[in-house]
Design a protein around this ligand. Structure first.
Ligand code: ADP
Length: 501
C-alpha cells in the first residue's frame, strides 16, 4: 500500500469513543475503542464530561495512528460521526466547557417542551424542522444551560460562547479552535435548523431565546471541514466528512434508494427510511430528517427513534448485575423457551416514536414466582422486536409502501437471538452486513468521497456485503398474540402514567 490510501473514521458514540481505520476498499484495518462514562446527577438527567469525550477521542486516534505501520502520511482524510443532539457550550477563547455535555437522553427540558406544545407551536416547528417538541433535541438543552449557568446568557450574547453538538465540538478541538462548523444532519437535530430552507431559523431561535452568534456554520456531509492541528498527530490531516451517527449508518448500509430502511441497535434504536429529495412530513409521528446533503442536494429520511435498546442490556449488566458481559444475554435468552409472559417496556427515559411521551418510565409486567433472570433478559431483547414493529407500522402507513427488507447494525445486531426475534416480529427478512460498524463505515465513505477515493455513492454501494440474513420463522398467530401483549403492556403503562402524574 502506498500514498494516501487509508481513511480514519472517528465514531464518538454514547457509550464509547472509537477510531476505526478503513482501507480504500472499505475494509476495517484496525479498531481502537474506549468506554465513555455517563453521569446521572438527578432523575431523568444524563450528562457526560466534554473533556472525557475529547480526551478519549484523541487517545483512540493516537493509538490507531501509532500502530499504523505505513505511517500517518497514508491517512487520506478523517470522517467524523457522533451521538447526535448531545449539547455542549464552551468558551471560544479558553475552550473550556461552561457546563457538562447534556446527553440526548436527558429529560430535564420536558416541562419546557410541554409548555411550547401547549402554546400551539408544534405544527410550526414540525413544518420547519421535521421534528416534534421533545427534550431529546438540542434547543431546550441550550436554553437550559443559558438560563441555569451563572453568566452564560450574557457571555453568549457577547459572542464569547460557542454551541456545538459532539461533531462540532470535536472538529473545533481537532482543528485547534480554528473551525466552528457542523454538517446538515447534526444541525437538523437541534430544533433550530430549517431543513427546507436549509438555514438556521430566526423564529425558532427567538422561540427558545437562543442568540444566533453561538451557532456553527452548516456544511454538506462531504466538505472541507479543515485540517487537524499538526501538534495532535504529527501532521495536518484533512477532515472531509461528517454526519450524525444514524445518518452515517444509513450511508454505511448503502441505503441510497427511496424506500430502503436501516435500523441501528446501539444505546437506542433508530430506524431510517430513505424518502428521496422531497421533504414530506409523517402522519404517524415519525420525524423527517436530512439523510445527507451532497453538493447542496438534499436527500431526506423518515426516522423512528427509540431511546432505549442496548441500554436496557447495559442496565441489566451494570444496574442489576445480571451478567458481566452484554454478549451473555444471548445464551440466557435462549436458555428458556419464551419470556413466560413477561413484558419489559424499557422506557427509562420516556417513550420515543411513535408515542413521544417523555413523562413515561419503564415497567416490567407479567412477573410471577416462576420468573427467572433469563425470562427478564429475554423480555428485554424481545422488546427490541416490538419497538421496531411499532416503527415499521408507522413507516409503512406513511410511506405507502411495504418495507421489503431491513438492514440492521450496531452492538445488539451481534445478538443472534435478537436478530431472529426481530425478523419474526417484523415478518420480514433482516440482513446483517459484514461490516456491522455501519456508522463508522458511513463516516469513512464520506471522507473517502472527499479525498477522491470513491467517485460517488454508487462505488460505496458496491462495497456493501451481506454477512447473514434472518428469515421470519414464527407462525402468524403466535406473532400477533405476542405483539398484542406488547401493545397492551404499553397501553397499561400509559394509563398508569396518566394516573400517577
Ligand atoms: P453506541 O454507539 O450507542 O455507544 P453500540 O453500537 O456500541 O452503541 O452498542 C452498544 C450497546 O449494545 C450497549 O448498550 C450494549 O449493552 C449492547 N450490546 C452489545 N453487544 C451486545 C450483545 N451481544 N447482546 C446484547 N446487547 C449487546
Amino acid at each position: 500500500m502506498s500514498g494516501r490510501s487509508v481513511i480514519l473514521a472517528i465514531d464518538q458514540g454514547t457509550t464509547s469513543s472509537r477510531a476505526i481505520l478503513f482501507s480504500a476498499e472499505l475494509e476495517i484495518l484496525d479498531v481502537q475503542q474506549k468506554e465513555l462514562r455517563l453521569h446521572f446527577p438527578r432523575k431523568g438527567w444524563v450528562e457526560q464530561h466534554p473533556e472525557d469525550i475529547w480526551n478519549d477521542t484523541l487517545e483512540v486516534c493516537r493509538r490507531i495512528l501509532q500502530t499504523l505501520s505505513i505511517g500517518v502520511e497514508s491517512v487520506a482524510a478523517i470522517g467524523i460521526t457522533n451521538q447526535r443532539e448531545t449539547t455542549i457550550l464552551w468558551d471560544r477563547s479558553t475552550g473550556e466547557p461552561v457546563y457538562n455535555a447534556i446527553v440526548w437522553q436527558d429529560r430535564r427540558t420536558a416541562a419546557l417542551c410541554q409548555q411550547l406544545r401547549d402554546a400551539g407551536y408544534e405544527p410550526l416547528v414540525e413544518a420547519k424542522t421535521g421534528l416534534l417538541f421533545d427534550p431529546y433535541f438540542s434547543a431546550g438543552k441550550i436554553a437550559w444551560i443559558l438560563d441555569n449557568v451563572e453568566g452564560a446568557r450574557e457571555r453568549a450574547e457577547r459572542g464569547e460562547l460557542a454551541f456545538g453538538t459532539v461533531d462540532c465540538y470535536l472538529l473545533w478541538r481537532l482543528t485547534g479552535g480554528r473551525v466552528h462548523a457542523t454538517d446538515v444532519t447534526n444541525a437538523s437535530r437541534t430544533l433550530l435548523y430549517n431543513i427546507i430552507e436549509q438555514k438556521w431559523d430566526e423564529a425558532l431561535l427567538a422561540l427558545f431565546g437562543i442568540p444566533t452568534i453561538i451557532l456553527p456554520e452548516v456544511r454538506d456531509n462531504v466538505a472541507g471541514f479543515g485540517l487537524t492541528d499538526p501538534m495532535l498527530f504529527g501532521r495536518e490531516i484533512p477532515i472531509g466528512g461528517m454526519a450524525g451517527d444514524q445518518q452515517a449508518a444509513m450511508i454505511g448500509q448503502g441505503c441510497f434508494q427511496s424506500g430502503m430502511v436501516k435500523s441501528t441497535y446501539g444505546t437506542g434504536c433508530f430506524a431510517l427510511m430513505n424518502i428521496g429529495p422531497d421533504f414530506r412530513l409523517s402522519r404517524n409521528r415519525l420525524l423527517t430528517t436530512p439523510a445527507y446533503r451532497l453538493d447542496g442536494a438534499m436527500t431526506y429520511a423518515l426516522e423512528g427513534s427509540i431511546f432505549i435498546a442496548g441500554a436496557a442490556i447495559q442496565w441489566l449488566r451494570d444496574g442489576l448485575g445480571f451478567f458481566p458481559d452484554a454478549a451473555v444475554s444471548e445464551a440466557m435468552a435462549l436458555s428458556v423457551p419464551d419470556s413466560n409472559e413477561v413484558y419489559f417496556v424499557p422506557a427509562f427515559t420516556g417513550l420515543g416514536a411513535p408515542y413521544w411521551r417523555p413523562d413515561v418510565r419503564g415497567a416490567m409486567m407479567g412477573l410471577s414466582r416462576e420468573t427467572t433472570k433469563a425470562h427478564i433478559v429475554r423480555a428485554a431483547l424481545e422488546a427490541q422486536g416490538y419497538q421496531t414493529r411499532d416503527l415499521m407500522a408507522a413507516m409503512e402507513a406513511d410511506g405507502g409502501c411495504e418495507v421489503a427488507v431491513v438492514r440492521i447494525d450496531g452492538g445488539l445486531s451481534t445478538n443472534q437471538f435478537m436478530c431472529q426475534f426481530l425478523a419474526d416480529m417484523l415478518d420480514r427478512p433482516v440482513e446483517v452486513p459484514q461490516v456491522t460498524e455501519a456508522t463508522a463505515l458511513g463516516a469513512a465513505c464520506l471522507a473517502g468521497l472527499f479525498a477522491g477515493i470513491f467517485p460517488g455513492f454508487d462505488a460505496v454501494e458496491r462495497h456493501w456485503r451481506r454477512a447473514r440474513i434472518y428469515e421470519p420463522m414464527m407462525a402468524q398467530a403466535e406473532r400477533e398474540q405476542l405483539y398484542h401483549g406488547w401493545k397492551a403492556a404499553v397501553g397499561a403503562l400509559l394509563a398508569y402514567t396518566a394516573n400517577v402524574n
